[in-house]
Ligand binder design. Structure first.
Ligand code: HEC
Ligand code: HEC
Ligand code: HEC
Ligand code: HEC
Length: 155
């Protein structure tokens, strides 16, 4: 009897193991989190994605690597997507797709939008306060929202 139960349990676990692969999703963030990562947006917003890729935001994590500070929470928080949030960046090995400042830093966690673009939950135009979470008075004293926001998707 006992071994019968164990066999059933093993079969169940075996199926559960394959769910992420069978679902066709290729990143941990896509499977478990509320953040999709920029690749999930690229499918439908090619122009904005190509523009964003030319910005400093896209390489914000590379900047940390250059000085070997990519593992310091004090630095990571402003250089990745969703640090310290459910389904957000954990580290470069586990969630490489959430490295850098991306679409969802400005437009919000968008898993729901990806599943249903018409649900109206996306942040259409990020306001100054949102930028100021990272472009703080200490970090970026001369930050000029009106001037800088024009470069959100490149020039
Ligand atoms: C399956 C296709 C699809 C995906 C994937 C998708 N979008 Fe959209 N998105 C749309 C469509 C369609 C609209 C227009 C919806 C509307 O106007 O009601 C839209 C509109 C938007 C808007 C403008 C909203 C407004 O009110 O003007 C933003 C910003 C946006 N998407 C950002 C994103 C981001 C960021 C991602 C990735 C996290 C993403 N989208 C992924 C299809 C998609
Ligand atoms: C999650 C944190 C974060 C948010 C939110 C954020 N930024 Fe940034 N931004 C950065 C980081 C980090 C860099 C530097 C990247 C690098 O060079 O490695 C940067 C760089 C920039 C740059 C290029 C450098 C410069 O000063 O000209 C511009 C322009 C910019 N951000 C504009 C904005 C605007 C506008 C908003 C709001 C709509 C915004 N950012 C929101 C973190 C953020
Ligand atoms: C409060 C958010 C925040 C924190 C924390 C933060 N950064 Fe940044 N970082 C920014 C913003 C915003 C910019 C772009 C504006 C600027 O250049 O100051 C930036 C730009 C940079 C740049 C590229 C610009 C340059 O000066 O060459 C590097 C490199 C960088 N940060 C490294 C770090 C390191 C290392 C740490 C940790 C010690 C860190 N950051 C912590 C927000 C932050
Ligand atoms: C620094 C903040 C910032 C980042 C990062 C950012 N956006 Fe935006 N996005 C904006 C702002 C501001 C607007 C509204 C004004 C405009 O259109 O430029 C906007 C508007 C949009 C729109 C509405 C159509 C349009 O162009 O007006 C879409 C779609 C969109 N963004 C998609 C994306 C995608 C996809 C990414 C990532 C590849 C992304 N955004 C990254 C700030 C950002």
């Amino acid at each position: 009897m006992q071994s019968g139960k164990a066999v059933k349990l093993c079969i169940l676990l075996w199926f559960l193991f394959w769910i992420p692969y069978l679902s066709g999703k290729d990143s941990l963030a896509e499977i478990y989190g509320c953040f999709g990562g920029w690749k999930a947006c690229a499918e439908c917003h090619d122009t904005e994605t190509k523009g964003w890729q030319k910005t400093r935001h896209a390489v914000a994590f590379e900047s940390l690597k250059k000085s070997g500070q990519q593992d310091l929470p004090d630095c990571i928080q402003c250089h990745v997507v969703g640090y310290d949030k459910y389904g957000g960046f954990l580290d470069h090995e586990l969630t490489p797709e959430l490295a850098g400042v991306q679409c969802e830093n400005c437009h919000g966690p968008d898993k729901e939008h990806i599943q249903n673009p018409d649900d109206g939950k996306i942040i259409a135009v990020p306001e100054m306060e949102l930028c100021r979470k990272c472009h703080t008075a200490i970090q970026d004293p001369g930050f000029d929202y009106a001037e800088k926001v024009k470069f959100s998707h490149g020039d």
